[in-house]
Design a protein around this ligand. Structure first.
Ligand code: FAD
Ligand code: NAP
Length: 560
């Protein structure tokens, strides 16, 4: 296992570790493996720049829905003290600038190869190495492989008949042109009303001559209440940064500063309950709202009180009663799909140039040369925007021909849904690590925190292996199945499985309906990970190296 440091005389394409993906997870993995462990690392990235999500999703209005004082790296105090965010929530260009700054500041770029899509990864047990092949015909090998390929990195355009015949321009929010798009004077369709649709629709509406939104499922949407950064608050926050970052690990969503609720929604008189929801609505943000009461995600009757509050807000904002009713979500409990934060979304439907079409009762049948046809009508458009989401959580991993020690692909292993240990490793795939894979709480948290936590745990595991002359690590099948069952059992104790969400794979026809994220909370999850490490990795098989490794030739540098 991890030799001390690349000696420089290894064959071309041969490394101590390969990381796939240069989003926040891949960058942090590179930083730690190279600068803390002293490994020779290569990062392979399909795009021509760093940033992952923030590199690809350049659609108008794209911004994070976690406050930027939280949604940022914690590993370097000087970085977090020096960086200043202009607004409460960073927008896509700002976050991309920030990630580029991090790449330069920590000299990460020199170990990243861009424009390199990994198409296959195969484990050779005899040689003890992963061999990765790329779309460009190159090969790379290393004993350790880290898949930092993202949960929301495979955009999905529904398989509508006739798309190739469309004579206008079409776009997907998750692969937006780098130069941007000007919709001025155009007749535009937006298909999809998840977070990406909700962020882009108000801005497209201001440009377009006519905007038609095709909504299949109405979503619960809360106001972001974005605005300029409160500098006094920023100063206070920065003074407490170290403690706040630590405290975040003791919370379910990985964000400190929200006092946990203590009462059931049903134990509070209606007037008081509504006053609490009003206050949270005015504050903005989803965690604050979900933290109104203890049981919003576990008790349907409690949840109904919050759901109805939001529906009443929609009815109050949207002037046309029929449109307002169509915008009212009624097929899932609030919070069981990712809550969407908006800026002026519902108000957009009061504009004369915006129309909402019910794509549930009149599904889109086909794209035509001049627009699209639903079961009820035909529409003419100059441009179509697909805000139709991603093959989430498993998509990027399944796209790679990823074969473990026995030659089975991950896609075959996961035919009935993903099986993982902690969302980090899979039985039969030695030394292959995932960052925030299915079975991790990653997507239910402030994701940069989860990426850092996963990488730190992996670094601890690699150190343990180095200290004990261990060549490979992989989970036992028994431990993996126990964890996978536990992930499902916890989900069943909540209302989450009631929604047809991407957490359930429900947005992809034919995908197994399995609730994939761990919803027991970042706090419990991290404790569990730490206990496993402290106990010497029970549930994992560690295979000793045939020949003991020489002690480190070069002292590992960098932070811990
Ligand atoms: P990604 O950023 O997805 O990076 C993965 C990288 O791997 C990509 O660059 C991709 O090109 C590369 N890759 C994938 N497959 C291959 C391959 N086969 N070969 C080579 N390269 C490959 N999370 C939050 O916590 N808060 C938010 O507010 C928030 N907002 C979001 C907004 C949008 C529009 C989206 C889509 C997601 C958002 N998320 C948010 C989730 C976001 O994905 C994570 O916060 C975080 O950026 C994930 O980083 P990552 O490095 O794990 O993955
Ligand atoms: P999404 O939440 O999966 O939404 C996709 C939308 O497209 C849904 O409204 C879906 O309807 C619709 N759709 C899909 N196929 C359709 C079809 N054939 N006909 C009509 N409508 C169709 O995707 P997303 O909005 O890109 O967001 C994905 C995730 O990325 C979010 O949940 C969030 O985690 C992250 N994100 C975050 C932010 C942020 O605010 N920071 C912004 C963007 C994305 P159904 O609901 O009926 O399937």
């Amino acid at each position: 296992m991890p030799p001390s440091k690349g000696t420089g005389d290894s064959p071309a394409g041969s490394y101590d570790a390969i990381v796939v993906g240069a989003g926040v997870a891949g960058l942090y993995a590179l930083r730690r493996l190279r600068d803390t462990l002293g490994l020779k690392v290569k990062v392979l990235e399909a795009g021509d720049g760093v940033g992952g999500t923030w590199y690809w999703n350049r659609y108008p209005g794209c911004r994070c829905d976690v406050e930027s004082l939280e949604y940022s790296f914690s590993f370097d105090d000087a970085l977090q003290q020096e960086w200043s965010w202009p607004e409460r929530y960073g927008n896509q260009p700002e976050i991309l600038d920030y990630v580029n700054h991090v790449a330069d500041r920590f000299d990460l770029r020199r170990d990243i190869q861009f424009n390199t899509r990994v198409t296959a990864a195969r484990y050779d047990r005899a040689g003890g190495r992963w061999r990765l092949d790329t779309a460009g015909g190159e090969s790379f090998s290393a004993p350790i492989c880290i898949m930092a390929t993202g949960n929301l990195s495979v955009p999905r355009v529904p398989e509508f008949k006739g798309l190739e015949s469309f004579q206008g321009r079409w776009y997907h929010t998750g692969m937006w042109p780098q130069g941007g798009v000007d919709f001025t004077g155009l007749r535009v369709a937006v298909i999809g009303t998840g977070s990406s649709g909700v962020q882009s629709i108000p801005i497209i509406a201001r440009q377009a001559k006519q905007l038609t939104v095709f909504q299949r499922t109405a979503n619960f949407i809360l106001p972001a209440q974005n605005g300029p950064m409160d500098r006094a608050r920023e100063t206070r926050h920065k003074a407490e940064y170290t403690e706040r970052r630590r405290a975040a690990y003791d919370t379910p969503f990985g964000i400190a500063g929200y006092p946990p609720p203590t009462r059931s929604a049903l134990d509070v008189p209606a007037a008081e309950r509504n006053a609490i929801y009003e206050r949270k609505w005015a504050e903005g943000g989803s965690i604050s709202f979900l933290y109104s009461f203890t049981d919003l995600l576990t008790n349907q009757a409690a949840n109904d009180t919050a759901s109805e509050f939001v529906r009443d807000k929609i009815r109050a904002i949207v002037k046309d009663p029929a449109t307002a009713e169509l915008l009212c979500p009624n097929d899932h409990p609030i919070g069981t799909k990712r809550l969407v934060l908006d800026t002026g979304y519902f108000e957009t439907y009061n504009r004369a140039n915006v129309t909402l079409v019910n794509a549930r009762t009149a599904p889109i049948q086909e794209i035509t040369p001049t627009g699209l046809r639903t079961t009820e009508a035909e529409y003419a458009f100059d441009a179509i925007v697909f805000a139709t989401g991603f093959d989430a959580m498993t998509g990027a991993l399944k796209e790679i021909d990823l074969r473990g020690a026995d030659g089975l692909t991950l896609a075959e292993e996961w035919r009935d849904g993903p099986h993982t240990m902690l969302g980090i490793m899979c039985a039969g795939f030695p030394n292959l690590f995932m960052i925030t894979g299915p079975g991790s709480p990653g997507v239910k948290s402030q994701m940069i925190l989860s990426c850092e936590q996963h990488v730190d745990w992996i670094v601890g595991c690699l150190r343990h292996m180095r200290a004990h002359d261990i060549a490979t690590v992989e989970p036992t099948r028994a431990a993996q199945e126990a964890w996978t069952r536990h992930v499902g059992d916890i989900a069943q104790m909540t209302l989450y499985p009631k929604a047809n969400s991407w957490y359930m794979g429900a947005n992809i026809p034919g995908k197994p309906r399995v609730f994939m994220p761990y919803v027991g909370g970042v706090d419990r999850y991290k404790r569990n990970c730490d206990e496993i490490a402290a106990a010497g990795y029970p549930g994992f098989v560690m295979t000793p190296r045939a020949e003991p490794m020489p002690r480190p030739l070069v002292a590992a540098a960098g932070n811990d």
